[in-house]
Design a protein around this ligand. Structure first.
Ligand code: GP9
Ligand code: MN
Length: 647
């Protein structure tokens, strides 16, 4: 075989095939990537190919064979190092590498000590393709006479590799719509676009935010700061400290919208337990409360809750800005002696939570690994909410008190599938299976909340806790408007669409006798100051856009992430001003004064995130952290302004 003359580009072909197959074998043996169907398996198999074809293919442009071979060897070595780096990292962290991990210096301690335990000499097999290519270069007798490819042939080759890439992306898009714009779990990225493309994508996302960060300086915070300071409502005297010293349990009610609360579907009650709570002596229920999330869905709602900042207009801030400085609610509570935790029975890398929670200073993240998902305990996206609640309370009972635990539910999630035995009511009868099933999963979620209360009581945690619950975002998108019209019995105008962004918000303080229905118009941005004041913590120095919902000074002005807004009198949606009472179109002059401020507020928040501006802010004393030059620059600007005014 070594005597025989091999075709000119044998080495290239061998390299592509060897690295491709090796990558696939490593996927299957070194990572636990969940595969649900044959298409996903096929995508996984295919996904290393596009990049390998391209990168190895560049060798076609080299003139000398020697250079070609050297280049091919280097590509094999570099891709092997990338893949192997991930394998070693995964052994310890069960996650794929992302750039910020390499730059987060506090991670290095862990990395160093774990590296030695995650590397074995047998790992040389991860370089099998390098060895094969090396052997091929040394041993094979390549036709010396053959000509190089013509320009046209090279062009077709590049077109082929681009075609493979688009084919791959197309399949990924069918499998995971909006993969690159919203859903951001590294596992899902690796699964759909491949390890190598994932790293390119990661580099792109991270360098984009790093560039914006590098260009920003503290003086940008001056204007934002004075805006924020002038918009802080004072805490309500009655509610400030009403839950002081208690444990804080925040429940994220997955995809729960207010349109099911206190309503029936074909004569069946959808949320019996939550309905009772709305009338309960110890619960304050907010029926005019809106979600303000964007593409980051659940994670955006977490961001709003923790930071009282708006999420981003493009992409999920959990994914794009997990390295920023934040002054989260968890951090403040931690400083006030709270143990802080998140409980969520899903993979920790989903929404990049494992990274982001470090930046938010959340002490403990109990992800799926903390739970025992027994036979029949999982449906749809993962662990069912009822067993999740049961086990979560057990875990909570182990936490030092006072604690702040945030529980993220999962069952009431698109596509809203449920096991037969968990269907407590019938399906609805519209043309949308999604909406039909939604009522059943919402009913199940309600049952899970009931379970939570019962478990807390059983474990003796109930009395000493305050329970806050909020719907994270809509569950039924506008694609189901026709079915929604049937259910609501009215046409869905832009006004109605905005109304459908209402999500329930509950504040339950056991034994307080403070329950009532609070009609105040508010949004998720208001959760943080509202909660912190309840716990008796001041927030006046916080860089936050929300306000205490109990405060008399709270402004009824909710800005949606897309620029729509709601005030006590109006709803502004689809560039039309509506009267909030009647839902009829009204004089634009009523909305006009709010249009600019709404965008301004979103802009301010966005500039904080993009410039990572909180690194220039000391939330302890409410002072900006400026360099001497920045101080001087500001003074100069101030003088100039004064001079202009005099003229
Ligand atoms: C996944 C859960 C659901 O962990 O938070 O995410 P979503 O798709 O609703 O943002
Ligand atoms: Mn969600």
């Amino acid at each position: 075989m070594f005597k025989k003359e091999w075709p000119k580009h044998s080495i290239l072909a061998i390299a592509i095939i060897a690295t491709w197959l090796k990558t696939y074998i490593v996927y299957k043996t070194s990572f636990s990537i969940t595969i649900d169907n044959a298409l996903q398996e096929f995508i996984l198999f295919l996904n290393p190919l596009s990049l390998l074809l391209f990168v190895y293919g560049i060798s076609l442009f080299f003139k000398s064979d020697k250079l070609k071979n050297r280049y091919i060897m280097s590509v094999a070595i570099v891709t092997s190092i990338i893949l192997y780096g991930n394998v070693a990292f995964y052994r310890f962290f069960s996650d794929f590498i992302t750039l910020p991990v390499l730059f987060q210096t506090n991670n290095f301690g862990d990395l160093g000590s774990s590296a030695s335990e995650s590397i074995f000499w047998t790992d040389i097999v991860f370089f099998a393709d390098v060895i094969i290519i090396f052997a091929a270069i040394k041993l094979l007798n390549i036709k010396p006479s053959a000509k190089d490819l013509t320009a046209a042939q090279r062009k077709s080759y590049l077109i082929l590799s681009a075609a493979v890439l688009f084919f791959n992306l197309g399949l990924a898009e069918t499998e995971r719509p909006q993969l690159l714009t919203r859903s951001f779990d590294r596992e899902m990225l690796v699964k759909n676009i491949g390890m190598y493309n994932y790293h390119l994508y990661d580099i792109y996302i991270q360098s984009k935010s790093q560039a914006q960060r590098a260009l920003a300086d503290g003086s940008e915070l001056v204007e934002v700061n004075s805006y924020v300071q002038s918009n802080q409502p004072d805490p309500s005297e009655e509610m400030f400290g009403a839950a002081e010293g208690k444990n804080l349990i925040v429940v994220t009610l997955e995809s729960l919208q207010s349109f099911v609360i206190n309503e029936e579907m074909n004569g069946q009650t959808v949320t019996p337990f939550l309905n009772e709570l709305t009338k309960d002596d110890d619960t304050i229920y907010f029926p005019n409360f809106y979600h303000q999330t964007g593409l980051g869905k659940t994670s955006d709602s977490e961001f709003l809750l923790e930071n009282s900042l708006y999420p981003l207009s493009g992409g999920a801030v959990f994914f794009t800005h997990s390295g920023n400085t934040y002054n989260s609610m968890a951090e403040s509570l931690g400083e006030n002696g709270y143990h802080t935790a998140v409980q969520h029975a899903n993979t920790k890398s989903f929404w990049n939570r494992d990274m982001m929670y470090q930046s938010l200073n959340i002490e403990e993240f109990q992800d799926v690994e903390s739970y025992t998902v027994g036979e029949g305990d999982a449906v749809n996206w993962g662990m069912k909410d009822i067993p999740f609640m049961e086990q979560s309370v057990d875990l909570m009972a182990e936490m030092p008190e006072p604690f702040y635990s945030r529980m993220l539910t999962l069952t009431n999630h698109h596509p809203f599938y449920l096991d037969e035995e968990d269907m407590l009511i019938d399906e609805y009868d519209s043309n949308s299976g999604t909406l039909n099933r939604y009522f059943q999963t919402a009913r199940y979620l309600d049952e899970a909340v009931k379970t939570l209360f019962a478990e807390l009581k059983a474990k003796g945690l109930y009395e000493n806790s305050v329970i806050v619950m909020y719907g994270d975002h809509y569950g039924i998108s506008e694609n189901h408007n026709e079915a929604m019209e049937q259910y609501l019995g009215k046409e869905i105008t832009p006004y109605e669409s905005a109304q459908l962004q209402k999500v329930p918000f509950f504040v339950h303080i056991p034994g307080s006798d403070k329950g009532y229905v609070e009609e105040e118009v508010g949004g998720q941005i208001d959760m943080r100051p509202t909660i912190m004041h309840l716990l008796g913590m001041e927030t006046e120095k916080d860089m936050q856009f929300g306000g205490d919902l109990f405060s008399k000074e709270h402004e009824e002005f909710v800005v949606f992430r897309d620029g729509r807004f709601v005030t006590d009198k109006n709803v502004y949606a689809g560039n039309v001003c509506y009267d909030s009472e009647t839902g009829e179109e009204t004089d634009m002059a009523q909305c006009q004064p709010f249009i600019e401020p709404a965008l301004q507020e979103l802009d301010y928040s966005e500039s904080i995130i993009n410039g990572d501006l909180l690194r220039f802010y000391d939330e302890k004393n409410g002072q900006l952290i400026l360099t001497e030059e920045e101080e001087a620059k500001l003074e100069q600007e101030q003088l100039q302004k004064e001079a202009e005014l005099k003229e």
